[in-house]
Design a protein around this ligand. Structure first.
Ligand code: ATP
Ligand code: MG
Length: 198
């Protein structure tokens, strides 16, 4: 059966850390493809009062980053959906078209899993692959207050670059180069739309 990876995030903007993590997941699990799913309303971020770039720009940047990669795709399913972007809703919608799903997630984002919308139901609906990330301790998984959590989550130890969207936004604000950190077409888009300079 074909296995499809779902990689959700704010992607504000997408960067090479996301690309390396997605590639590593695809290799490890022999995925048919990885579908990037930009969040429409990333409730963890907006409730903390963070400003998030409009969904059209974030979606466009993911499209530019994945367009030449045959095993990568992008979905606007969460952007089109009203209300907060719950992964469980996304997985259920994809299950209507995909045979088997695995949710790909960075370890830092996984740590808050118990606060997600119906995490128990989510773990029953799909596999979950946690990708290591510089600065995020894989042992933190054992502290997630969900019974037998370590048996339910697969961990992929991979040397992803120490990049975050936060750092990318700071670099732009300081007028510094994004070369080698963000795909070139995304750099061009950021410049053309004058994102992150305010
Ligand atoms: P921000 O700094 O705005 O939070 P981010 O770089 O963490 O941005 P997100 O859009 O929040 O990017 O992350 C989407 C997903 O990608 C999350 O599951 C996150 O853990 C994962 N991720 C982001 N950067 C990396 C990286 N360098 N290595 C591995 N996983 C990553
Ligand atoms: Mg993040």
């Amino acid at each position: 059966m074909n296995l499809v990876g779902l990689f959700g995030g704010t992607f504000d903007p997408i960067h090479n850390g996301h690309v390396v993590a997605a590639n590593a997941a695809a290799d490890k699990l022999n995925l048919e493809k990885v579908i990037f799913v930009p969040a429409g309303n990333p409730y963890f971020k907006t409730r903390e009062g963070e400003l998030v770039t409009c969904s059209e720009d974030r979606l466009k940047m993911v499209e530019l980053a994945v367009e030449e990669r045959l095993n990568f795709d992008v979905s606007d399913i969460e952007i089109r959906r009203e209300g907060p972007s719950f992964t469980l809703d996304t997985v259920r919608q994809f299950k209507e078209v995909a045979e088997q799903l695995v949710v790909i997630i960075g370890i830092d984002a996984l740590v808050s899993l118990a606060d997600w919308y119906k995490p128990g139901a989510l773990l029953e609906e799909c596999r979950m692959l946690a990708v290591t990330r510089p600065g995020a301790d894989p042992k933190l998984i054992s502290r997630i207050p969900i019974a037998e959590i370590e048996k339910k989550i697969e961990v992929l130890d991979v040397d992803t670059p120490n990049i975050s969207s936060t750092k990318v936004r700071q670099l732009v604000r300081k007028g510094l180069s994004l070369e080698g950190i963000v795909p070139q077409k995304v750099i061009d888009y950021i410049n053309q739309r004058q994102l992150y300079i305010g």
